[in-house]
Design a protein around this ligand. Structure first.
Ligand SMILES: [Zn+2]
Length: 170
């Protein structure tokens, strides 16, 4: 049985663009190393892409966070240059979590599912919870050194919340 690595929203807008942080920039090389490890072991890697349209500001998310980001087809929407060459299924999602990703995890059986990427406190935690619900018997892992939050404090809060929900934080 293969292991699955889910690389969450490692897109320019969350690293160097409209919602970028220095903490996000600091994890790119760790995430790259993690992808290479999975690739070398013959395990599977998938990527999620936060994907909004021109009407972003009129959506629920846009009303609560009026900062345009990850508009389909823009440079900010693209996966970071250091990571975009890696092969793997892409899951576009219009909100924080991807139901399609949860269904995919349930259809294919994995030995374990690990998440890495951005942001710990929004999209990593949302997808970790969806996966946990989809495959309750599969260990779900989050490597803290491969994630960053909107702020360092909310990164820590999210890691603690995930631990309580039996997601293994390493
Ligand atoms: Zn978004």
């Amino acid at each position: 049985m293969k292991k699955l690595l889910v690389v969450v929203d490692m897109q320019n807008d969350f690293i160097s663009g409209s919602l970028g942080t220095k903490e996000a920039e600091a994890i790119v090389s760790n995430v790259k190393k993690k992808i290479e490890e999975y690739e070398a072991a013959g395990d599977e890697i998938v990527f999620t892409l936060d994907t909004h349209e021109d009407n972003y500001l009129e959506t629920q998310e846009g009303k609560n966070l009026p900062v345009k980001h990850c508009i389909r087809g823009t440079d900010g929407w693209e996966i970071d240059d250091r990571l975009k060459e890696f092969q793997g299924k892409r899951f576009e999602k219009v909100t924080f979590g991807s139901m399609t990703l949860g269904e995919y995890a349930a259809e294919k059986e994995f030995e374990s599912i690990e998440l890495a990427g951005l942001c710990t406190d929004i999209c990593v935690i949302s997808n970790a919870m969806i996966i946990k619900a989809a495959v309750p018997e599969t260990p779900v892992i989050v490597d803290a050194s491969c994630c960053a939050g909107v702020s360092p404090e909310s990164h820590e809060n999210a890691l603690n919340a995930m631990k309580v929900c039996q997601i293994k934080v390493i």
